[in-house]
Write a protein that binds this ligand. Structure first.
Ligand SMILES: Cc1cc2nc3c(=O)[nH]c(=O)nc-3n(C[C@H](O)[C@H](O)[C@H](O)COP(=O)(O)OP(=O)(O)OC[C@H]3O[C@@H](n4cnc5c(N)ncnc54)[C@H](O)[C@@H]3O)c2cc1C
Length: 531
C-alpha cells in the first residue's frame, strides 16, 4: 500500500546506513525526529463537499486528502506537520475518454475548478489546491492506463494518458519494445504527467527526453478536443505538440498519448568510473557528449556527492577496498568524482562504443571500477527516494534544485548554487549539506542537479520558512548564473514567480493568451505555471 504522507510503498524501506548517519551528524548536527500529524485527525478535518452528486466522483475524505498534494517538500511539511489547509472537494475517476469529457462538461456547468492528476509525483506544487471560492475537483487519470494501439512497423505506441511507468513498460516489453523513459519517480509517475511537465528520464541521452518521445495524442480542452498527429516531421507552421509539452494541466486533459518506441536493446550496461578531480571529470563528460556515441547515460557526481554516495552504499568492507584501489590509482577521496556511464545497443555496438569511450576517459585520467558498480546503481535506481522517509524520521529534510546551462557556465553555476545554499540558514545557526551531479548532458551543456539536506525546525511553519529561504536563494542563484529555472521538474507553484525573468514580457503574454483562449473561465489547474 502507498504511504499516505511520504514516498512509495509501505513494504519498501531504505534505512540510512550508520556511517552515513555519522557523516550527516558531523556535517549538520543531530536531527530531531518529529511526531507525524495523525491520519485520523486529517480525515476529521476534511469538510463536507460543496460538489453536486456525480456517479464518477468520490467524496471520500481519504481520497480527497490523497489527491490534495504532490511530493514537494512543502507538501511533505504540510502533511507531516498537519498544516495542509485546502482539500480537493472530490476525486473523479473516469474509465474512458467519453467519461473525461462528461466530467469536463459537468465542471463547466457547475463552475468547478479541475486539477488533472497523473501519478501525484510533482515536486514543485503542481497539485496544490488553490485557495479560492469555487469548488475544486481532482480528475485522476489512474483508470486510463491501457495500451490502445501498437504500430511496430512505424514504431509508435498509443496509450491512455494515465498509464504509469511500470504498466507502460510491462506492456511494451511483453512485445519486445521499450519507451526508454525512466525518471526516478518511474514507479508512480504517468505518461500524461511526463508530457505536460517535460520530464527527463535517466537514459535520455540515448532515448531522448519526453519531448523527443512524444509523437502526438489527444487533449480535451474546455474549448473542445485537439488532435495532434504523429507526423515523423512537419513544416506546417508552429508545432502544436510543443504547446502541450510543459502545459501542466492548464490547457486541458491529455487523454491519449502516442509515443516513439524502440526495440529492447540487447545490452544496456552501466559502468563505474572515478576521475581524480571535478575538472578532469567534466572535460571527459563534455568530450563524451560531443562525440555523439550511443551512450545511454552519464552521471558525474562532484566530490561531496561522491563521498555521500559511498557512505550511503553501506557495505563498508567493499567500499574500503574500493577506496584502497583508488588511492593506488592516485585518486584521493577528497577530490575524486564518481561517474556512471551506460553503453547500449547490440554487443557489437557496445564493444565499439566502450573502446572509444574508455580511451576518452583515460585521456582525462579516469579509472574504471567495472560494471558491478554501475549494475548495483541500476538495480536500486528507484529505491533512492525511499531514503527521504528515513531521513525525515531522523529529523532531516531533503530537497533538490535543478537547472541546465551551457558548458562554459556549468562549474561556476554549480559552485554558486552550492555556496548560496550552504550559507542560506546562517541566521538560524543551521548548516546545510549540499552536493551536486550532472545527469543529463548534451553537446551544448548540461543539467545540474543539486541536493540539499537540513534539519527540521521545531515547528512545521518554521521548517517551511527555512525551506523558502533555501529555495529563494538557490533559485535566484540559478537565474543570476543564466540557467533555466527548471531542467526537468517544471514550474507548478514553486517556480512560477521566476517565469517572467526567463520568458520575458512577450513570451508571458503568449502563454497567458493561450490559457485564456482555451480556458476562458480559468478553471484548469489555475494559479500554476503563470504568476
Ligand atoms: C522521488 C521523485 C523523483 C523524481 N524524479 C524525476 C526525474 O528523474 N525526472 C523528472 O523529469 N521528474 C522527476 N520527478 C518529478 C515528477 O515525477 C515529474 O514531474 C512527473 O513527470 C510528474 O508526473 P505525474 O504523472 O506524477 O504527474 P502529477 O504529479 O500527477 O501532475 C503533474 C502536473 O501534470 C498535470 N497532469 C498530470 N497528468 C495530466 C494529464 N493526463 N493531462 C493534463 N495534465 C496532467 C497535473 O495537473 C499537474 O499539473 C521526480 C519526483 C519524485 C517525487
Amino acid at each position: 500500500m502507498k504511504i499516505w504522507n511520504g514516498w512509495g510503498d509501505e513494504t519498501v524501506r531504505f534505512d540510512l546506513p550508520p556511517k552515513a548517519h555519522d557523516l550527516l551528524r558531523g556535517l549538520i548536527g543531530e536531527g530531531k525526529g518529529r511526531e507525524d500529524y495523525p491520519l485520523g485527525k486529517f480525515l476529521a478535518r476534511v469538510p463536507a463537499t460543496p460538489l453536486p452528486y456525480h456517479p464518477l466522483i468520490s467524496t471520500n475524505p481519504k481520497d480527497r486528502l490523497d489527491h490534495s498534494h504532490g511530493q514537494s517538500l512543502p507538501d511533505w511539511v504540510a502533511l507531516r506537520g498537519g498544516i495542509l489547509r485546502r482539500f480537493t472537494d472530490g476525486v473523479a475517476l473516469p474509465g474512458t475518454v467519453e467519461e473525461v469529457q462528461a466530467l469536463l462538461d459537468f465542471a463547466r456547468e457547475h463552475q468547478i475548478v479541475v486539477i488533472p492528476y497523473g501519478g501525484g509525483t510533482s515536486v514543485v506544487g503542481h497539485l496544490e489546491v488553490p485557495q479560492e471560492d469555487r469548488p475544486v475537483l481532482s480528475l485522476s487519470l489512474e483508470r486510463l492506463n491501457h495500451l490502445i494501439t501498437l504500430d511496430t512497423y512505424s514504431m509508435l505506441g498509443t496509450f491512455e494518458g494515465g498509464v504509469r511507468g511500470p504498466e507502460l513498460e510491462a506492456q511494451l516489453r511483453a512485445r519486445g519494445f521499450t519507451l526508454g523513459h525512466f525518471p526516478q519517480s518511474f514507479e508512480y509517475s504517468s505518461l500524461g504527467g511526463w508530457v505536460v511537465t517535460r520530464s527527463s528520464g535517466q537514459e535520455s541521452m540515448y532515448y531522448g527526453r519526453i519531448e523527443q518521445l512524444f509523437a502526438g495524442g489527444e487533449v480535451l480542452t474546455p474549448k473542445g478536443a485537439m488532435s495532434l498527429y504523429p507526423f515523423p516531421a512537419s513544416a506546417a507552421g508552429p508545432d502544436l505538440r510543443q504547446l502541450v509539452l510543459g502545459s501542466e494541466g492548464r490547457l486541458g486533459i491529455l487523454t491519449k498519448v502516442t509515443v516513439r518506441i524502440s526495440p529492447l536493446p540487447e545490452r544496456d550496461d552501466i559502468y563505474g568510473i572515478f576521475f581524480p578531480s571535478w575538472d578532469s571529470g567534466i572535460e571527459a563528460v563534455r568530450d563524451l557528449s560531443c562525440s555523439r556515441m550511443p551512450i545511454s547515460m552519464i552521471r558525474l557526481s562532484n566530490p561531496k556527492e561522491t563521498e555521500t554516495s559511498l557512505a550511503l552504499a553501506g557495505h563498508e568492507g567493499q567500499i574500503s577496498l574500493l577506496k584502497r584501489y583508488l588511492r593506488l590509482r592516485r585518486i584521493s577521496m577528497n577530490e575524486g568524482c564518481a561517474c556512471l556511464i551506460g553503453f547500449i545497443g547490440s554487443p557489437y555496438i557496445v564493444r565499439g562504443t566502450k573502446r572509444e569511450a574508455f580511451s576518452i576517459i583515460s585521456r582525462h585520467k579516469g579509472v574504471t571500477v567495472g560494471r558491478a558498480f554501475g549494475e548495483v546503481w541500476k538495480k536500486y535506481r528507484f529505491r533512492a527516494p525511499y531514503l527521504r522517509n528515513s531521513l525525515w524520521a531522523l529529523g532531516y529534510a531533503v530537497d533538490t534544485l535543478e537547472t541546465s546551462v551551457t558548458w562554459d557556465k556549468v562549474t561556476s553555476t554549480m559552485k554558486a548554487i552550492e555556496k548560496t545554499l550552504g550559507n542560506a540558514l546562517t541566521q538560524w545557526n543551521e548548516r546545510v549539506q549540499v552536493f551536486s551531479h550532472l545527469s543529463h548532458v548534451y553537446p551544448t551543456g548540461s543539467s545540474i542537479y543539486t541536493t540539499f539536506v537540513f534539519r527540521l525546525a521545531d515547528t512545521p511553519e518554521e521548517t517551511l520558512i527555512r525551506w523558502k529561504t533555501l529555495k529563494g536563494y538557490g533559485s535566484r542563484a540559478i537565474l543570476e548564473a543564466g540557467g533555466t529555472i527548471s531542467h526537468q521538474h517544471g514550474i507548478g507553484q514553486d517556480h512560477k514567480s521566476y517565469m517572467q525573468a526567463e520568458k520575458g514580457e512577450v513570451g508571458m503574454g503568449i502563454l497567458k493568451q493561450l490559457c485564456s483562449h482555451l480556458d476562458p473561465d480559468g478553471r484548469m489547474n489555475p494559479q500554476k505555471l503563470i504568476p
